[in-house]
Design a protein around this ligand. Sequence first.
Ligand SMILES: [Zn+2]
Length: 325
Amino acid sequence: MRPIDRRMMLGAGSAAVIAAAAGGFTSTAAQARAPVVGKQAVGFYRLKIGDFEITVISDGSLAFEPSLWNAPQKDVVDTLAAEGRDTRSVPFQLNTLVVNTGERLVLIDTGAGGKFQQSSGTLVTNLMAAGYRPEQIDTVIFTHLHPDHLWGATSANGSALVFPNADYVCSEAEVAFWSDAALPGHVPAAMRQMVEATQLALKAIASRLKRIKSGAEIFSGIASVDTPGHTPGHISVAITSGSDALMVSGDVVANATLSFRHPGWGIGFDMDQGQAAKTRSAFLDRCASDRTLIASYHLPFPALGRVLRNGTVYRWAPAEWRWTV
Ligand SMILES: [Zn+2]
């Protein structure tokens, strides 16, 4: 019998060749065609930070063209291509986070609720698959109030709260900016509907909304970190328990390649481009120096990893996937 070489393995009809080499068994009913499933099975991922059990829960993803980046298009495309990325459509994962402190269940950001792009809106399904019910969420912390972080807080038509027993926490600067009644009149026409929908969602949670100063502690072991620029009151969230720590970046970084290779490049959603770039560089510098474990909202699921520095350029180093918590 001829040994199976690499050319045979890669060649057309290689399955038949291997079957023949293995003893020549023939097709049976056990090899019947299976239906196409068409979806991923994994929508949550757990880790421990000290005594806290953390679960990354996916709300799906969004996608934007590379022109979302405020940088020469050729440079953006070349940078993506150099790392083997899709150069036409850039995915933005939506990685919300549940923190079980033992005393309360805290959700950080609520996804887009399927209202921003239809590829979002899987948070509740994945939350329940992870063993939680929406009524169990005690507190929702918003890193900021963009649609892909806030709109999942209300039902499809906006009339009901998805997390009916939760209190809500957001920085006072962020709430003040988005609550301004004059805001819809100050933004470009294309953004007006988005701003109005955001104001409606804010109204729905208003009676339970607690405004904090950026940088304030929220609960023991959960503190906000002032990281403005992407939005005026954007915060990151520092989680510490025992000797473990996790930094929840929010939207300080948006992409595992572009935000790290070119921290100076902003995206169209960065409301203050200069401040966002400054915040991003300082954040990357500090996290690289401290070797901080990061949970990032838009990076590839489960978006846990560290920042490595090489001169003024950084690299995202994803954490190893662990099957045990
Ligand atoms: Zn976002």
